[in-house]
Design a protein around this ligand. Structure first.
Ligand code: GDP
Length: 431
């Protein structure tokens, strides 16, 4: 779904405009203090077309100062949105902050629409014209509070939005995989097997730039980008362990990747080192497939022991997809492909605000949060603020303890899946 970001300095009416765009369906948001200080996204619909509105609004001027905070907001919008609406208070005219943010937005490749807000009457429309000076084209007069001009503004927004879902265009390139695990678990063997079995490695997939240390591998007719494979090929194995460098490499590969394959040697007990790599993956927020390698060396006895180890050591990631493979014989390595695809599908997924809140209402009615200090925290509203990984924000009247948050995550997964992907749940407490 295409994304529209609303930017502008505080008090120009961004949240009001967001609510206007949403048809006030989610006006409850307005009543929750702190909401406008976070980037929050909402599902919107105008004449049958769906899009997501992101309210980058109201970032408080922090140490960096107002101008820089708003400029950062604009930079973020340029990176994440398909269209940007800059809201300016036309009754005040262009301030220095508006000019600073306009300067940033003038180099935007993402279309920018200038909304001249607080034009509450036809007579006031002349005031909008002064905003041509921002160099962002025609100012569109609107009154977010009264609704005047909102329909026209939405028409203009939808005109510049791509027809096709955003994923289809920006994700046209290969998906990026980090192959990670402790030394000797078989990372290079697996890479060789994958790249070798279908040696149609392509260098010039349209529209992609591939880092020379990466490798493009075609599996089942689809191209995947394996990150930082030079390290695996060259066997950068510094003499005395040097786990520190190994972990730096792992970290940077994870940064560049969307999904990780964690290789674990199934023929040996799971070690501290495996768990350290797992921690890095969890920190990175990437989707995860765990491949138990050297399956050719696993007998019945070892298998039973491994099951116990998995229960004990991998309890943090019950959601991870698991595959048993042998990189040396090639057994079951093809099963990695559907596992990767499923994990990425979860990682990309968005649940609509409506669906989410229907589910939340039922769960909370059946199992309310435990009392804290004799009071019952209320969970008022939830929104999925981000994907990759799916990130949810719960608005509450009180702190939710970790046990209850884990309970909510379990129920969320039962309802919506998210197999193979981490899920983040943030809680915003209203004072
Ligand atoms: P890396 O350090 O993770 O890249 O590990 P390597 O790919 O270099 O593999 C380390 C050792 O394990 C090599 O001797 C491989 O031949 C062996 N190995 C890798 N995968 C398997 C497997 O599936 N089964 C068996 N039996 N040995 C394997």
């Amino acid at each position: 779904v295409p994304v529209v970001a609303i930017v502008g300095r505080p008090n120009v009416g961004k949240s009001t405009l967001v609510n206007r765009i949403l048809g006030r369906r989610e006006a409850v948001v307005e009543d929750i203090p702190g909401v406008t200080r976070d980037r929050v996204s909402y599902d919107a619909n105008w004449i049958g077309r769906r899009f997501t509105v992101v309210d980058t609004g109201g970032w408080e001027p922090d140490a960096k100062g107002l101008q820089q905070a708003v400029a950062a907001q604009a930079e973020l919008a340029m990176r994440t949105a398909d269209a940007i609406v800059l809201v300016v208070d036309a009754t005040v005219g262009a301030t220095a902050t508006d000019e600073a943010v306009a300067r940033v937005l003038r180099r935007s490749k993402t279309p920018v629409i200038l909304a001249a807000n607080k034009i509450d009457s036809e007579r006031a429309e002349a005031e909008a014209a002064t905003l041509w000076s921002l160099g962002l084209g025609e100012p569109h007069p609107v009154s977010a509070a009264h609704g005047r001009g909102a329909g026209d503004l939405l028409d203009v927004i939808l005109e510049v939005l791509p027809e096709t879902p955003r994923e289809a265009t920006t994700l046209g390139g290969p998906r990026r995989v980090a192959l990670v695990g402790k030394p000797n678990v078989g990372k290079s063997s697996l890479l060789n097997k994958l790249a070798g079995s279908e040696r149609s490695v392509v260098d010039n997939v349209a529209g992609t730039t591939v880092d020379p240390v990466d490798e493009l591998v075609e599996l089942d007719g689809k191209t995947w980008q394996f990150i930082d494979t030079a390290g695996l090929r060259r066997k950068v194995r510094t003499a005395s362990g040097h786990e520190y460098y190994a972990s730096l490499r792992t970290r940077s590969a994870l940064d560049a990747a969307e999904v990780a394959i964690l290789l674990i040697d199934a023929s040996e007990p799971i070690t501290e080192q495996d768990l350290r790599v797992l921690s890095l993956i969890i920190e990175s927020g990437r989707a995860l497939v765990i491949a138990f390698n050297k399956w050719d060396l696993v007998d019945e006895d070892r298998r039973l022991r491994l099951d116990k180890e998995i229960d004990r050591e991998l309890a943090r990631v019950p959601w991870a997809r698991r595959v048993n493979i042998s990189a040396s014989t090639g057994r079951s390595v093809q099963k990695l492909v559907p596992a990767l695809e499923g994990a990425l599908e979860s990682w990309d997924r968005r649940v609509s605000t409506g669906q989410l809140n229907n589910w939340l209402k039922d769960v909370i009615a059946a199992t309310p949060p435990p009392l804290r200090g004799g009071r019952q925290p209320r969970v008022m509203f939830a929104t999925q603020a981000a994907t990759r990984p799916p990130t949810f924000v719960l608005f509450t009247t009180g702190f939710l303890e970790a046990g209850y948050r884990r309970f909510l995550e379990r129920r969320l997964r039962e309802q919506f899946g998210f197999d193979g992907s981490p899920v983040r749940i943030n809680v915003r407490v209203r004072d």
